[in-house]
Design a protein around this ligand. Structure first.
Ligand code: DGI
Ligand code: FE
Ligand code: FE
Length: 197
């Protein structure tokens, strides 16, 4: 593993000004969420910093990278360019940029799709990506409020939003995304049952 200063240079080289700024904002938001929820602030900052490292790689190059390096890529993954940068990014960070921390690699790998049973760091990066300072989509304030309440509520809100958007655009739902949504809802229902006297 190299220093944050090294990774900051590496992302600045590869990303547009806007995407570079987004990465710094996600790093900051992730560290703040880690402080709030008892996570590792340093790892959260690093994971946020590097989560979109391949976001600006041309689509054809990303596709080629996936075909060569990601042996278990399924049909949905191969058909959805929006998912490529996270899957390829984690592989690239591990093999080309000396990232050897599995927690961080998993947080990068699943930051777009989510998955069932995410680790604390995965949840933190997933949510930080939705609420970072540079975000200004309609509903971002509700997401920020949810994130202050619990990571799980923010994850459910985020996935609800993403899945509805995918349906509206007639796009497929990656199975990990569906599983992440079910996991969030089932956890909430279980909690609600326990809270009902
Ligand atoms: O890289 P960012 O823009 O910061 O954010 P991100 O990595 O969360 O990417 C968001 C995009 O990913 C958004 O346009 C929706 C898309 N996406 C998320 N889950 C799925 C998905 N696209 C498909 N096709 N299927 C999914 O399950
Ligand atoms: Fe991303
Ligand atoms: Fe991002």
């Amino acid at each position: 593993m190299k220093s944050d200063a090294f990774y900051q240079q590496e992302i600045q080289k590869r990303l547009s000004e806007k995407r570079y700024r987004h990465s710094l904002c996600v790093a900051k938001a992730a560290a703040a969420l880690a402080a709030r929820y008892g996570g590792d602030e340093k790892k959260a900052y690093t994971a946020g910093l590097i989560h979109d490292i391949l976001k600006d790689m041309p689509k054809e190059a990303l596709k080629a990278y996936i075909e060569i390096h990601i042996k278990d890529a399924d049909e949905v993954l191969l058909s959805q360019p929006a998912l490529w940068h996270s899957v390829a990014g984690a592989d690239y960070l591990k093999n080309e940029l000396a990232v050897d921390d599995t927690d961080i690699l998993m947080a990068v790998r699943y930051h777009t799709s989510g998955r069932a049973h995410m680790s604390l760091l995965e949840k933190i990066v997933f949510v930080a990506d939705f609420i970072s300072e540079d975000r200004d989509y309609p509903g971002v304030e509700e997401m920020r409020t949810a994130a202050m309440h619990s990571l799980e509520s923010a994850i459910e809100e985020g996935l609800n939003f993403t899945i509805r958007e995918l349906c509206e655009k007639r796009k497929p739902i990656y199975l990990d995304t569906a599983a992440a949504y079910n996991d969030a809802v089932m956890q909430r229902l279980k909690q609600e049952r326990e809270d009902t006297p």
